[in-house]
Design a protein around this ligand. Sequence first.
Ligand SMILES: Cc1ncc(COP(=O)(O)O)c(C=O)c1O
Length: 368
Amino acid sequence: MTRREISGNLAWLAGALVAGGERLLAQRSLLERRAPAGMVWLNANENPDGPCERAREAMRRAMPECWRYHYPEFPEIYAAVARSVGLSPEQVLVGAGSSEVLCAAVHAFTSPARPLITPSPSFELPADLASALGRRVVQAPLTDGYLADVERLVREAAQAEGSLVYLCNPNNPTSALLPDERLKRLVERLPPGTVLLVDEAYLDYVEGAEQLSALRYVRAGAPVVVTRTFSKIYGMAGLRVGFACARPDLIRRMRPFRSGVISYVSAQAALAALEEAPRLIPERRARLARLRAELCAWLRERGFDYIEPSANFVMIRVRRDVRALIEALWERGVAVGRPFPPLHDMLRVSIGTAADMARFREAFEQVA
Ligand SMILES: Cc1ncc(COP(=O)(O)O)c(C=O)c1O
């Protein structure tokens, strides 16, 4: 490696540390600490419903077969995933969680000349990877109602003359849904050379998700990539299945940046879950909405404000620096989200089981 390459790499590393520093430290301290027995996990927006029975049965059946890669069967498996969203196989890329396909999009559509443009705060994975690759990352602060600033995103994209714009909808960590007319405005005004990456990890929790999804822009041939995951409403985060939807030319550009086939056992679980989707999604959405509404009503009664939630987590204004509160809740056996600067006085809590939420309320009441 030449001296120039070494100093270039160090600059990338420094960029990555600045961007991901607080998050990496928070994650490391979590890993280094032993969680007390019986910890309630409300820190990662997982779904304690877990895989549906049909998915569990599919995994039991697949288990003895998992000594093979199953390459020949994957085209049909991927085609079934594509059918589930009304697309053809060449419009879909399946990966190990949506993380893998989000990363593939960053690799494919950013470059030294093409920055990543993202609302902030938002899900950090794309921005962290972009800065680790030495790409410029443009952060556009959230605007009124904690929503993405569409005008600013368009302006930054126009200035960049070629970029990847990342939009998480509903957004993590705010749980806020971008109103449909603003999404439409963003897509219609995308400057030439811009690709829009819409992360819909939590959209299944929203009533009317099918109509609100940016998939309609993919179908219309716009330069839009939509990512979906089996980690959230399907309750299968540990199985690592997600996918991206886009025009075939965009999928072809992303494909080299993902590794081989996904886990065969996970693939069988995902197919089984898709067959259950018409029953599973409305049922889980309703259960989540009920528990979330209960929490919000309880918070209101105690005078706590929160961002109107659309996903399986709530961002609560705690009126003080959240760090000590996170610590105090941990001591009481409840793990909540890490701090999300600059929202220093806000606490992100995932919606767990009814029993989990009772434990959260009890601990929160003691310390907040
Ligand atoms: C907004 C968002 N996108 C993507 C992911 C990645 O999920 P997975 O790789 O499990 O699909 C997460 C995980 O929490 C997330 O919050």
